[in-house]
Design a protein around this ligand. Structure first.
Ligand code: ADP
Length: 377
């Protein structure tokens, strides 16, 4: 029994074939440059290329034992927070949410439509990236703005990367052999997109992303937190349009905006070579990260475990060390030797005596989506 998991962006289609029971990933890949010269013409062509690649790797569609197709949908809005079998009514509801997530939901919708056409006999399931944070308590979910305007326009803090935060926090409990219900946790999902969450007993009490995936931590190309005054100033005084500003904050900001580099491996090389803009970008990134770790420690009062995940969190020992160095008075001590270990699986990197356990746990959003699919079908 396997599930095909699809994650469609505007110009890319990521796919994976996952065995939900064993957690094994039979195949995965990405088709990029959809609509570009030399790339597939559209998402349907991209999906067919993905099938060709699967067949080329010896995975015929018929022989895969697919029982469902799982689709990652970024924004579930105020109401959609359970993995849901796709029908026309659901597609319409997701479409209505597009203004809340104009960069993310339309490509996901397109992907679902194409996949339903190509694989009409399988159930398709939408899994929402906001779902885990649907139950954020009101103090964390509410922006301090006029209540009526917020209600009219569904403005609240939704949170994103929910599939990853839920998966990793459960994995942390398993690793520690403690019941999830007994643990206070901080999860740091540091990939190109980055977010942190504070979780008590398996339920989120805060997260860094808000109405959109732009709030919070400094990311690869997104600014994270910024004074909204900057937006009015750019609009009114610099004469930038809404689209200009959206592109600036989403694509020309973050680490990349500060130094032109998105890959942390390259960033470190440039810092080692004395590049000041790379060093500033790194310092701004770490400063924001430490600020949120401190905030969440105060929110929780006591935390049992801090977990790093995603591309940077799983691989960048320097980021992990700089995020938590000097926090021994708060009960957090990294073992530098364990931190530097090239091991890949779930692992502890805190010193034995450290009251707070620090873990590295690889995230697996595809597996989490596949398991959600099986649960609803
Ligand atoms: P996405 O948000 O696109 O899923 P990932 O979680 O895959 O992102 O993270 C991608 C980022 O992880 C890369 O841009 C790079 O900065 C970082 N990264 C990947 N491998 C390493 C590594 N070995 N050392 C440091 N950083 C890494």
């Amino acid at each position: 029994m396997t599930v095909l998991v699809l994650n469609c962006g505007s110009s890319s289609l990521k796919y994976a074939v996952v065995e939900p029971d064993s957690g094994r990933q039979l195949a995965d890949g990405i088709v990029e440059r959809i609509g570009d010269d030399g790339g597939p013409a559209d998402h349907e062509a991209a999906l067919r290329l993905a099938f060709d690649a699967l067949a080329g790797a010896g995975h015929d569609l018929d022989g895969l034992g697919l029982v469902a197709v799982g689709h990652r949908v970024v924004h579930g809005g105020p109401d959609l927070h359970e993995p849901t079998i796709v029908d026309d009514a659901l597609l319409e509801r997701i479409e209505q949410l597009s203004p809340l997530a104009p960069l993310h939901n339309p490509p996901a919708l397109l992907g679902i439509r194409v996949a339903r056409r190509v694989l009409p006999d399988l159930p398709h399931v939408a899994v929402f990236d906001t779902a885990f944070f649907h139950d954020l308590p009101p103090d964390a979910a509410t922006y301090a703005i006029d209540r009526e305007i917020a209600a009219q326009w569904h403005i609240r803090r939704y949170g994103f990367h929910g599939t990853s935060h839920a998966f990793v926090s459960r994995q942390a409990a398993e690793f520690l052999e403690e019941p999830l219900e007994s643990l206070s946790q901080i999860v740091l999902h540091l990939g190109n997109g980055a977010s942190a969450s504070a979780i008590v007993g398996g339920r989120p009490v805060d997260t860094t992303m808000g109405l959109t995936p732009m709030e919070g931590l400094v990311m690869g190309t997104r600014s994270g937190d910024i004074d909204p005054g900057v937006i009015m100033y750019l609009w009114r005084t610099a004469g930038m349009t809404v689209e200009d500003i959206e592109t600036l904050l989403n694509k020309r900001s973050g680490v990349s905006g500060l130094c032109g580099e998105i890959d942390f491996r390259e960033l470190h090389k440039r810092i080692d070579a004395g590049d000041e803009s790379a060093l500033l970008a790194y310092d701004v990134y770490i400063h924001r990260l430490r600020k949120y770790i401190g905030a969440y420690l105060a929110l929780l009062g006591r935390t049992d475990v801090i977990t790093f995940t995603a591309g940077v969190g799983e691989n960048d020992a320097a980021v992990r060390l700089d995020a938590l160095s000097g926090l021994a008075p708060l009960g957090i001590e990294i073992d530098e030797h364990l931190n530097e270990s090239p091991a890949r699986g779930p692992r502890r990197i805190s010193a034995e005596m450290s009251p707070v356990t620090v873990l590295v746990i690889p995230t697996d959003e595809e597996l989490a989506i596949a398991r959600d699919c099986v649960r609803v079908i």
